[in-house]
Design a protein around this ligand. Structure first.
Ligand code: NDP
Length: 465
């Protein structure tokens, strides 16, 4: 049977864009449908605008640090509207850039939402389109807590469009987004409170990374409210009042802020996609208590195999809607591996092992491989750790009590480095290089045989004893 397209991609985010262009490069006839701007979460309302805001927020610290180096005190003021407009303009530029890339690659862009009608048919604006293969790359969206007044809060999407900079921002959550925005807004001059359910941020990261960031945030003046859960949000004349419970306390407490950011996880965008009609199965979380986005919780996902193939053999899915490792470069890698396998005569599986990631907090942190806790669970006492915590040279004159942490987790039986972790300036840039060594299976001996660049922070990774 002749189809309209060889490949129809639903969602023009990182995964969908990468897969569609790669498939088209092999001569496939490809269309991609997107109901929003082109670029997806990362480009439009995630990594890219976030990183620009991280840059903006760092100046306040640098102005203070400069004084120790002989510069006069900087009298500065910050214009929120100017930053938000500049970020928005950049996002629009990138949206257009991605449209141009698609055109150049010969991929047809359909600026509308698509839904599945059957395994080979999608509907777009009332039009039926057929395709031999379909790729679902619809990403996810932040969920809000199941408590009264949650409509008064914003998610990370709303943070880029706040009319005014909040004087006091309460951030709820303990993951990447909560921690990054707490640091950004603190750097830009807002008073920030971070409310977390336990006593530590960034579950899953190495404990030294978690405490390294958390201690620094507290020291910088971010108010971290531990072991607490929001129970109610109310609009009051001073802003938004949050009623919250604290572990071990019988009575509830309140805190009032100008704005509340909730960052408690993201659920896949699977609502009204027609998955059942096309026979695409999902992992569905039955727990009714879980916060949901149009019925789907953070634990829901499209079920896929290692080739990103769904339960319907001609339909594939990549990126956050499959909830494997929810990072842009992973979605891109999954998308390209799919296109190479299905259209490039090069069958391959994308490896999810040793994927490095960074938290763009202040101080920054990055990791590759496994944490000490995870290594001990697997190998027990055979695990060796090497760790240094020190004041970086930059702060010799600033008077700031900043610390860098570098850490290696090593398998004592084989000497192989299982994990590398860092908290400190440029952690992402440093760990990216180290990730190559870890992925290649480098041993501690290989690290030791490497000559350091002096003076640098990164050299600590090759001098750990
Ligand atoms: P995460 O899944 O990273 O973290 C959310 C955390 O919030 C949970 O781990 C949990 O921590 C806490 N939480 C969950 N429910 C509640 C609740 N009801 N009340 C209070 N706290 C709660 O989600 P994010 O939204 O931060 O990020 C979403 C995704 O985006 C991540 O998968 C990440 O990979 C990606 N991302 C990556 C970035 C990067 O690479 N730099 C940056 C931003 C996002 P606990 O259980 O400890 O309470």
């Amino acid at each position: 049977m002749a189809y309209d397209y060889d490949l129809f991609v639903i969602g023009a985010g990182s995964g969908g864009l990468a897969a569609s262009k790669r498939a088209a490069s092999y001569g496939a006839k490809v269309a991609i449908a997107e109901g929003d701007l082109v670029g997806g979460t990362c480009v439009i309302r995630g990594c890219v605008p976030k990183k620009l805001m991280v840059y903006a927020s760092k100046f306040s610290h640098l102005y203070e640090d400069a004084v120790g180096y002989g510069w006069s005190k900087v009298e500065s003021s910050f214009d929120w509207q100017k930053l938000v407009t500049a970020v928005d303009n950049e996002v629009m530029r990138l949206n257009q850039l991605h449209i141009n890339f698609l055109e150049k690659a010969g991929v047809e862009l359909i600026k509308s939402r698509a839904t599945l009608l059957d395994p080979h048919t999608v509907e777009v604006d009332g039009r039926k389109i057929t395709a031999d293969k379909i790729l679902i790359a619809v990403g996810g969206e932040a969920v809000k807590p199941n408590v009264p007044g949650a409509e008064y809060t914003v998610t990370s999407r709303g943070m880029f469009h706040l009319q005014e900079q909040p004087k006091h921002l309460v951030v709820i959550g303990a993951g990447y987004i909560a921690v990054e925005f707490a640091c950004i807004m603190h750097g830009l001059g807002s008073q920030v409170s971070l409310m977390i359910r336990t006593d530590r941020i960034l579950k899953g990261f190495d404990d030294d990374v978690r405490s390294g960031i958390q201690d620094a945030m507290t020291q910088h003046g971010i108010n971290i409210i531990c072991n607490s859960e929001a129970k109610k949000f109310e609009k009051v004349s001073e802003g938004i009042k949050i009623t919250f419970s604290e572990k071990g306390k019988d009575t509830e407490s309140t805190i009032t802020a100008d704005a509340v950011l909730v960052a408690i996880g993201r659920a896949p965008n699977l609502a009204e996609l027609g998955l059942e009609k096309a026979g695409v199965e999902t992992i569905f979380c039955e727990d009714e208590e879980m916060p949901r986005l149009h019925g789907y919780s953070v634990n829901c996902a499209i079920t896929v195999d290692e080739y990103s193939r769904t339960s319907q053999p001609n339909i594939f899915a990549v990126g956050d809607c499959t909830n494997r490792i929810n990072l842009t470069p992973v979605a891109i890698g999954e998308g390209r591996a799919f296109a190479d396998t299905e259209f490039g005569n090069n069958s391959r599986i994308f490896s999810h092992q040793d994927v490095a990631s960074a938290v763009f907090s202040q101080p920054e942190a990055a990791s590759v491989g496994i944490s000490e806790a995870e290594a001990r669970q697997k190998l027990g006492d055979a695990v060796k750790t090497y760790r240094a915590r020190f004041r970086p040279m930059f702060h010799s004159f600033t008077g700031a009590d900043e610390k860098v942490t570098v850490k290696l987790v090593v398998d004592g039986n084989t000497d192989r480095v299982l994990g590398a972790h860092m908290v400190g300036e440029n952690a992402a840039e440093i760990i990216q290089g180290i990730a190559i060594a870890v992925k290649m299976g480098a041993t501690k001996k290989d690290f030791d045989a490497t000559v350091g660049i002096h003076p640098s922070t990164a050299e600590e990774f090759v001098t750990l004893r």
